[in-house]
Each structure stands twice: as structure tokens, then as C-alpha cells.
Design a protein around this ligand. Structure first.
Ligand code: ADP
Length: 337
């Protein structure tokens, strides 16, 4: 039993990829959970995951499989995390935000807005009292920046008995409904772009986290439950060599690779039984995700891949990361009694 649901999504071939390689793709579909991966430099490998979304998969398919259980659990006080992983251009942001968070038709709406909509449908239909708060942060060169207040550019991560791991001082905006949420999310995304221009940074080089904190008070027994949903759009996982980076860009790439390899190391420790020595503190990213990967929580990883043979080495590395993540065992707290 794994407590991380791991899925793969192959986006459609881009115009450029089609021009270079025609309709050739790097996989052969076996069924909705497995495929043969073909890389001319390596032997064919069969990969299996909880679900594979091929080019024709809809945003709603991804949402229904990955996110619906996480939203209902958050209301019951179980933290949930959804992470998109993959090289730049593989479809992480498209899966999270859709082509644009504000101007998007229903069919293309991404995970973030769908999570918000479902959350308010569930809460709105209950007679209980509740609050939902939104925070949005970006991790860039190991600094946590508040996307809802750009003056806070080096937030610290703390831990308390009542709140677990939290980002100290991060702006939390109370959200009353879906359109309220959308307005604030758009502001956060716009702030991210402003910060990127100021720092000459591409969004693919930072990790972006959308955090929804839900407090739910049951009217029957006056119990209050708190649950958090964290959606994480990771920086591109591509190797440094491929980007031809030098100078500051190289430093950036190394730091990104460091936090992604810290994530890999945490996953390795969780899957190899070294549960007492999980290096969560090795990066800001893994520290924030500590409760999600190790505690009373549900997590889902969407491995985004280009279908093009030209990106096969990067896709293979993404698929291997997904395969390792699948081996994380359920936290004892989550195993039904
Ligand atoms: P990443 O966030 O991994 O860098 P993007 O999400 O920005 O990649 O995707 C790169 C390009 O591919 C964008 O133009 C995006 O609109 C397009 N794209 C990604 N996934 C899909 C998809 N499932 N369907 C259609 N277009 C997609």
C-alpha cells in the first residue's frame, strides 16, 4: 500500500516536436496504467503507475482521479498535497493552472481552480461553520517569497504542536467563495510575474505553492477539524547540461537540482525503511512537504512528460522518479483500523 498516488501525463506533441519527428512518440500504450517506454539509446522498459493520462486526457480526468479524494479528506482534517514534476515544457503549469487561470474555458480549467470549486461545493452544502484561507509562496534559490505580499521575501519555516509545519508570517487571505479565491490566485500569479521580471527569473526555475487551509466545525459535536491542501508546481527537473547554463543561471540550476534531489533523497529514505533519518531539513521544499510525505496526509504526484523521442532521456528520468515515489509506504496513521 502506498500513500502517494503516482500518475503520469503525456501532453500532446507540440508543433515544434511534430515538425522535428513527425508523429513519433516515445511510448507505446498498453492500458490506462502502463506503457512501454522507448528510448533508442536504451532498452524498452515497461512502466506501471496508478494511472496514465495520454495526450487525449482531459483536465477533468486528471482532477477526478488525483484531486477529488484529497479535497474530501481535507474537510475531514487530513492534509493533502498534489505535486507536478517534470522537465520545463512538460505540462506542469498547464495541469495546475490551465492555459490561464483567469481566462480559461471550463474544459481547460486546471487543478487549482477545480480544487477550489469542489471545496466550496462541499463546504457550501454543509450546515457547519468553516473558514478557508489561501497562501501562495514561491521558493527560489532556497528563499521562500510571499506571492500575496512581495515585501515578504524571506519567510521562515517553523513547526508547532498545533499547526505542524508552517510558513511563519505568510499572508493568509480568508476566502469566501470560488470567485473570491480566483481573484486572489490571479493576484498571486501576477505578483509572481512581477517578481520574475524584477529578478530576471523564469517561472520554470522556482517552485510555486498554493496552500489552502480549511477549518471545519461540526455542529453536531462541536469538534473542529483543520486540514491543508498544498498544490505544488515544481521547478523544471531538467539536467543543468541541457540548459547550457553558466554564471548565475548555473547557480540557480544547481540550487533547483539540489532541492529536487533533496526531494528524491527524502523519498528514498521513506521507501527504504530509514524512517528515522528522513532528511526533510535538507531543503525548504522538503521541509514544507514534511507533513505531506511523512505524516497524516494524502499525497499525489503527477509526472508530466513530453511524448517526443527528442525528450526521452528527461522523460525517463521523470518516470524513474515517479517509480521510486510509488514505493513510499502508507503512514501507519492512515491504515484503517
Ligand atoms: P511546464 O509548466 O512543465 O514548464 P507548461 O505547462 O507551460 O510546461 O506546458 C508547455 C506548453 O505545452 C504550453 O504551451 C502548454 O499550453 C502546452 N501544454 C501542456 N500540457 C498540455 C495539454 N495537456 N494539452 C494541451 N497543451 C498542453
Amino acid at each position: 500500500m502506498s500513500n502517494v498516488t503516482v500518475c503520469v501525463r503525456f501532453r500532446p506533441l507540440s508543433h515544434k516536436e511534430r515538425k522535428a519527428n513527425g508523429d513519433n512518440v516515445c511510448f507505446k500504450k498498453l492500458d490506462s496504467e502502463s506503457f512501454v517506454f522507448k528510448d533508442e539509446r536504451e532498452e524498452d522498459v515497461i512502466f506501471s503507475f496508478d494511472k496514465v493520462f495520454y495526450e487525449d486526457a482531459q483536465q477533468s480526468d486528471v482532477y477526478n482521479f488525483l484531486a477529488v479524494p484529497i479535497v474530501s479528506d481535507a474537510i475531514n482534517g487530513i492534509n493533502g498535497t498534489i505535486i507536478t514534476y517534470g522537465q520545463t515544457g512538460a505540462g506542469k503549469t498547464y495541469s495546475m493552472e490551465g492555459p490561464s487561470i483567469l481566462h480559461c474555458n471550463e474544459q481547460k480549467t486546471g487543478l487549482v481552480q477545480r480544487v477550489v470549486d469542489e471545496l466550496f461545493v462541499c463546504l457550501g452544502s454543509s450546515a457547519s461553520t468553516w473558514t478557508v484561507k489561501l497562501s501562495m509562496v514561491e521558493i527560489y534559490l532556497e528563499k521562500v517569497r510571499d506571492l500575496l505580499d512581495l515585501s515578504k521575501d524571506n519567510l521562515q519555516i517553523k513547526e508547532s504542536k498545533t499547526q505542524g509545519i508552517y510558513i511563519s508570517g505568510a499572508t493568509e487571505i480568508s476566502i469566501l467563495n470560488s470567485s473570491d479565491a480566483l481573484e486572489n490566485l490571479s493576484q498571486g500569479i501576477a505578483n509572481r510575474a512581477v517578481g520574475e521580471t524584477q529578478m530576471n527569473l523564469a517561472s520554470s526555475r522556482s517552485h510555486c505553492l498554493y496552500i489552502f487551509s480549511v477549518q471545519y466545525g461540526s455542529t453536531s459535536d462541536e469538534r473542529v477539524t483543520s486540514g491543508k491542501i498544498i498544490l505544488v508546481d515544481l521547478a523544471g527537473s531538467e539536467k543543468v547540461e541541457k540548459t547550457g547554463a553558466e554564471g548565475r543561471v548555473l547557480d540557480e540550476a544547481k540550487t533547483i537540482n539540489k532541492s529536487l534531489s533533496a526531494l528524491g533523497n527524502v523519498i528514498n529514505a521513506l521507501t527504504t525503511g530509514k524512517q528515522n533519518h528522513v532528511p526533510f531539513r535538507d531543503s525548504k521544499l522538503t521541509r514544507i512537504l514534511q507533513d505531506a510525505l511523512g505524516g497524516n496526509s494524502r499525497a499525489a504526484l503527477l509526472c508530466c512528460c513530453s511524448p517526443s523521442p527528442s525528450n526521452a532521456p528527461e522523460s525517463l528520468s521523470t518516470l524513474r522518479f515517479g517509480t521510486r515515489t510509488k514505493l513510499i509506504k502508507a503512514s501507519p496513521k492512515l491504515i484503517p483500523e
